[in-house]
Design a protein around this ligand. Structure first.
Ligand code: RVP
Length: 485
């Protein structure tokens, strides 16, 4: 039957990169890339828009390391705006007035102590009704008052000889001021001593440590935000709050209503708009004229049951290759989303034509992911669940997979799970990027564009696949970048 003359589609384990002549040392391989028309990154990595993966802390960590975190959308708009603001102010040299935590002179010491704890700051400028700087209060000022003088006023406890600077202060000047006066924060004031910002030692040090960080034109960390295909208002809010890239988040973006709405959203926002997920040439053709990027993945995710539940899907290497064939002709970047277990999978996705990769399970076990560490049978785990799982849908993130708006009986396309606790995001990224650079070394490519051009796949049999994993041995020590499935 004609119906059974079907094309073959491949995924990560079906292929390997052909080793080629090379002079490229892995650590010299340049992994910088573009995730969307106007956004470049030093590493080709994004963290997934999932409620067990990316909130502000993950987004800050990702951007500091040179990648991009995409905030999930299982939160209300106000919370999303707050999280975008948190990322944006994380490494700013001058923290702007609206983001500076201040104290009033007549507040009690106890009050200010609680406020600083709540806001997560260790000191605050003290300002009068007209926002003129009267002093600075810090943990060191407060400590002698604890218990015995907690109801004293801040004006008693604060340091009132304040060193201030003007708005055009450089990081170098600010450091010199801090050094000369042995202080950790310098309020920035206008000509009339009104507070307009704050420079902190912590902020300067954080910026120094991360030369590769993903930054916007104002030097602030970059952040992505997921929005639903029909959430025009959330899209505008995310754009105005400063998100650099909006990700239209949909399980099947080749739905014509989704495409219409996404196209309309691109016309109302300044930020780049990446559309996803798609998995075929036809879907790519329908979106390349307006999308700033395409995200690929129909069912490859580790927690995803879309293919089992719906019977639809597209093995990821073929999906990426099909979409990239079309997208590259229109200069639209492609992101491979889901199914990446090892660094080798990530670099295979790039060889198939992706410009960057998005991962969920790989990061869900890190300190920076939301949620706490749980211990089962003496091993540490963190919760990780699909956004189409019952749990995630119940807490509000699931309209991506919901059939009807007030459907109480979910037909989930994801599962709730746990993933081994893995420690810091920085060390996970080190392994991931290092492994990808090794792949570039084997292929002899110095940059991502060169690698995409030069790399070739070979087809692997299941015997070949078994050969590729450790075999016939018992692993005695855990490797930082390998665990048997
Ligand atoms: P993985 O990295 O394999 O864990 O996959 C993460 C990706 O899986 C996400 O970026 C998203 O595209 C997809 N996902 C998230 N939830 C679900 C689901 O419930 N089916 N799928």
């Amino acid at each position: 039957s004609e119906k059974l003359r079907v094309p073959e589609a491949l995924t990560f384990d079906d292929v390997l990169l052909r080793p080629m002549e090379s002079r490229v040392e892995p650590d010299a391989a340049d992994v910088s890339t573009r995730v969307s028309t106007n956004v470049e990154l030093q590493i080709p990595i994004l963290s997934a828009a999932m409620d067990t993966v990316t909130e502000a802390e993950m987004a800050i960590g990702m951007a500091r390391e040179g990648g991009l975190g995409v905030l999930h959308r299982s939160m209300d708009t106000a919370e999303m705006e707050a999280q975008i603001a948190q990322v944006k102010r994380a490494d700013e040299l001058v923290i702007r007035r609206e983001n500076v935590v201040t104290a009033a002179p007549e507040q009690t010491v106890n009050d200010v102590d609680a406020m600083m704890e709540h806001e997560g700051v260790s000191g605050a400028p003290v300002v009068d009704d007209e926002d003129r700087v009267l002093g600075i209060i810090s943990g060191t000022d407060i400590r002698p008052y604890l218990e015995v003088g907690e109801s004293d006023e801040v004006r008693e406890a604060m340091t009132d000889e304040v060193v201030t600077a003007s708005e055009d202060v450089s990081a170098r000047d600010a450091l010199e001021l801090m050094y000369d006066h042995k202080i950790e924060r310098v309020p920035i004031v206008d000509d009339e001593e009104h507070l307009v910002g704050l420079v902190t030692m912590q902020g300067i040090l954080a910026r120094r440590e991360n030369e590769n960080a993903a930054r916007d034109a104002d030097g602030r960390l970059r952040v992505g935000a997921a929005v639903g295909p029909f959430e025009d208002e959330r899209a505008v809010a995310a754009d105005e709050a400063g998100a650099d890239v909006l990700f239209i988040d949909c399980a099947h973006a080749h739905n014509l209503n989704v495409l219409d709405s996404a196209r309309a959203i691109t016309e109302t926002v300044d930020a780049d708009v990446v559309l996803g997920n798609v998995g075929t040439r036809a879907a790519a053709e329908a979106a390349v004229d307006f999308a700033d990027g395409l995200k690929v993945g129909i069912g490859p995710g580790s927690i995803c049951t879309t293919r089992v539940v719906s019977g639809a899907g597209m093995p990821q290497i073929t999906a990426v290759a099909e979409v990239a064939d079309v997208a590259s002709q229109h200069d639209v970047p492609v992101i491979a989303d889901g199914g990446i277990r090892y660094s080798g999978d990530a670099i295979k996705a790039i060889a198939a034509g992706a410009d960057a990769v998005m991962l969920g399970s790989y990061f869900a076990g890190t300190d920076e992911a939301p949620g706490r560490v749980i211990t089962m049978n003496g091993k540490k785990y963190k919760q990780y669940r699909g956004m189409g799982s019952v749990g995630a849908m119940q807490s509000g993130g699931g309209e991506r997979y919901l059939k009807e708006e007030n459907d109480e009986e979910y037909v989930p396309e994801g599962v709730e799970a746990a993933t081994p606790y893995t420690g810091t995001l920085a060390s996970e990224l080190h392994q991931l990027v290092g492994g990808m650079q090794s792949g570039m070394g084997y292929v002899g490519a110095e940059s991502i564009p060169e690698f995409k051009e030069r790399s070739e796949f070979i087809r692997v049999s299941s015997a070949g696949q078994t050969e590729g994993h450790p075999h016939d041995v018992m692993i005695t020590d855990e490797a930082p970048n390998y665990s048997p499935n």
